[in-house]
Design a binder for this molecule. Structure first.
Ligand SMILES: Cc1cc2nc3c(=O)[nH]c(=O)nc-3n(C[C@H](O)[C@H](O)[C@H](O)COP(=O)(O)O)c2cc1C
Length: 192
């Protein structure tokens, strides 16, 4: 089956990405993961992930943090500046892409098609190939710049799914809130 692209950028909320990867793994989905440099920094603060920036080291670290055993297939990791890798090409088929969490910087880059790194390029490819692109933007308050960029992308058919917690289901823990939101993200992607 074609893989999903998952990108983690340097916004608060890396826990949503980790939970999404775990859920996709449970679904038997294949994942191509890219983490931006600021994404590594925030994942260290929020998840305790220690990543070096050398993808040869980080591959196994990320796979282990996400619960994959050494010989398990289904999760491959790419250097966020490797704009020559498969994810940068439209001929590499994917089911779609999640940017979770998505910074306002990456959101802006995708909105104008700047493709300055692999995450922006893969998102650009996802849009041009008319595949599903799901962004989980996180910032507060939102400026007119952020809102305009979101509207630009929404009008192109990009799914804008901000991580807004709901309380009507009586969450008892942080995990409940994270799980509830990740289920919404999966539903947007057409995964139950
Ligand atoms: C601890 C921390 C939290 C941050 N949270 C956010 C955030 O929630 N939203 C956002 O747009 N930027 C946030 N930033 C700033 C981005 O990381 C910064 O703009 C970065 O250049 C984005 O790069 P990227 O989109 O390539 O990951 C945060 C930075 C740090 C260090």
């Amino acid at each position: 089956m074609d893989p999903w692209v998952v990108a983690i950028t340097g916004a608060s909320g890396s826990v949503y990405a980790k939970r999404l990867i775990e859920a996709l793994r449970l679904h038997g989905e294949t994942i191509c993961l890219v983490v931006s440099r600021p994404g590594r920094r925030v994942a260290k603060d929020e998840l305790g992930w220690v990543l070096t920036g050398d993808i040869r080291d980080d591959r196994e670290r990320i796979r282990s943090y996400c619960g994959y055993s050494a010989d398990e297939e289904g999760l491959s990791c790419y250097d966020w500046q490797d704009i020559g890798c498969c994810l940068a090409s439209g001929s590499f088929r994917t089911r779609g892409m999640f940017v979770i969490p998505c910074t306002m910087a990456t959101l802006a880059g995708i909105a104008v098609g700047s493709s300055r790194n692999l995450i922006e390029r893969a998102a650009d490819v996802t849009i041009k190939e008319r595949r599903r692109l799901i962004l989980v933007p996180r910032e507060t308050p939102l400026s007119p710049i952020h809102l305009r960029n979101m509207l630009t992308l929404a009008e192109m058919g990009v799914d804008i799914v901000p991580p807004m917690p709901a309380f009507y289901f009586g969450p008892g823990s942080l995990d409940d809130l994270v799980d509830f939101f990740v289920k919404r993200v999966l539903a947007v992607a057409g995964l139950s």
